[in-house]
Design a protein around this ligand. Structure first.
Ligand code: CUA
Length: 333
C-alpha cells in the first residue's frame, strides 16, 4: 500500500512535472532489471505455494466436512514422522531457496559497479533536499542528478556515494535501482546506469521529517556530448554582469550567503543548495516547483507557503529587495 500510494503521489503533475512517472515495473537499467527479475521469481514461488495451500484447504473443507446424520468420531491420529518431517522440511527448503536467490541479487547490486570507468557522484541527503557533488569535476549542484547515457558497447555506470547531513534519508529512483539509505556518520554506495536519455523521477524513501514527501529526485540522463557540455558549464564560476550588481549585493548583505554558495563570489555557505548555476536546474525546492521568476519570488518571500517547516528562513525582505535578488539569481545560468 505504501509503495502504491507513494508512486501515485509521485505521478501527480505537481510532483513529477509531467513526462515520466517512477515505475518499478518499467526498469531502465541493469540494476533495476535485476530487482524486477528477483521480484517476479519471488512472486512466482509464492504464487505456487499459495495455489497449493489454497487448493488443498478448499479440497479438505469439501471432502471432510460434517455430513448430516453422521455423528461418528473421525479417526484419531497421534503423530506421524513422515508428515511432520514434510511440513518442517518443505518450508525450510522454500525459505532457504528464497534467501539464497535474494541474497545473491543483493550482493550483485551492492558490489562495486561492473566497470572501473564509472562516474562518481557524492549524494548527501539534507532536510529536505539533495546535495550532489561531482568530485572528479570539482563542483556541487542540487536535486537534479545529470548523468550520461550508457552506450550498449560502452557501459559506464554511475557510482553513488550516499551520505546524510542530518537524519536518515533514502535515495530511490525506481526505474534505475532499489532504495539505499543515507545514514548520518556513514557512507553507503550504489550504482545506477540508464540506457536511454530520459528524465527518471525518484524520491526520498525514508521518513525524514515534515517535508519528507517533498524531497524529490530528478535524474536527467543525457547524451555524452550534452553531459560534457553540462559539466563544462557547471565547472565554471558564476558570471553575472553589472546589470544585476544590486541584487548580488543584496544577496551578500541579507545573509543569503551564510547558507548558500555561489562559486566566484564571497558566498560559500554549505547549509543550503549551491546556487552557482541555479538556472541550469529545471526545478527548485527539491523538485517541488518549476524554476522560474514567479516561483523564485514566492519561495524567497515566503518559503513556508511552498514548503511548510522548511529550513529556509523567512528573511522578511521587502518586495524591491526580493525582486533584485531574483534578478540576480536568474542571471546564474
Ligand atoms: Cu529525506 Cu525522507
Amino acid at each position: 500500500i505504501m509503495v502504491w500510494s507513494s508512486l501515485s503521489l509521485a505521478q501527480s503533475p505537481e510532483f513529477s512535472q509531467g513526462n515520466d512517472a517512477p515505475d518499478m515495473f518499467n526498469p531502465a537499467g541493469p540494476n533495476a532489471e535485476s530487482i524486477q527479475e528477483i521480484f517476479w521469481v519471488v512472486i512466482g514461488i509464492c504464487a505456487v505455494i499459495l495455489g497449493l495451500v489454497g487448493t488443498t484447504l478448499i479440497w479438505f473443507i469439501a471432502k471432510y466436512r460434517e455430513r448430516p446424520g453422521d455423528n461418528s468420531e473421525p479417526p484419531q491420529i497421534y503423530g506421524s514422522r513422515a508428515i511432520e518431517l514434510a511440513w518442517t522440511l518443505a518450508p525450510l527448503l522454500t525459505v532457504t531457496l528464497l534467501a539464497v536467490l535474494v541474497i545473491a541479487t543483493v550482493i550483485k547490486l551492492r558490489a562495486d559497479p561492473p566497470s572501473t570507468a564509472a562516474h562518481r557522484v557524492r549524494v548527501v541527503g539534507h532536510q529536505w533536499w539533495w546535495e550532489l557533488n561531482y568530485p572528479d569535476h570539482g563542483f556541487t549542484t542540487a536535486n537534479e542528478l545529470v548523468i550520461p547515457v550508457s552506450e550498449p558497447d560502452l557501459a559506464k555506470p554511475i557510482y553513488l556515494q550516499l551520505e546524510s547531513a542530518d537524519v536518515c534519508h533514502s535515495f530511490w529512483v525506481p526505474r534505475l535501482a532499489g532504495k539505499t539509505d543515507c545514514i548520518p556518520g556513514r557512507t553507503n554506495s550504489m550504482w545506477i546506469q540508464a540506457g536511454e536519455p530520459a528524465t527518471y523521477f525518484g524520491r526520498c524513501a525514508e521518513y525524514c521529517g515534515t517535508q519528507h514527501a517533498k524531497m524529490l529526485i530528478r535524474v536527467d540522463c543525457v547524451s555524452q556530448a550534452d553531459f560534457d557540455k553540462w559539466v563544462e558549464n557547471q565547472k565554471a564560476d558564476a558570471v553575472s554582469d553589472d546589470s544585476v550588481a544590486a541584487g548580488r549585493d543584496r544577496f551578500m548583505e541579507m545573509a543569503c550567503m551564510n547558507c548558500h554558495a555561489i562559486r566566484g563570489t564571497r558566498a560559500a555557505g554549505e547549509f543550503g543548495p549551491d546556487l552557482t548555476h541555479l538556472m541550469s536546474r529545471k526545478t527548485i525546492c527539491s523538485g517541488l516547483a518549476l524554476n522560474d521568476r514567479e516561483n523564485l519570488t514566492r519561495w524567497i518571500s515566503k518559503p513556508d507557503d511552498l514548503k511548510k517547516g522548511c529550513r529556509m528562513p523567512d528573511m522578511r525582505l521587502t518586495e524591491p529587495d526580493v525582486k533584485l535578488i531574483v534578478d540576480y539569481l536568474l542571471s546564474l545560468k
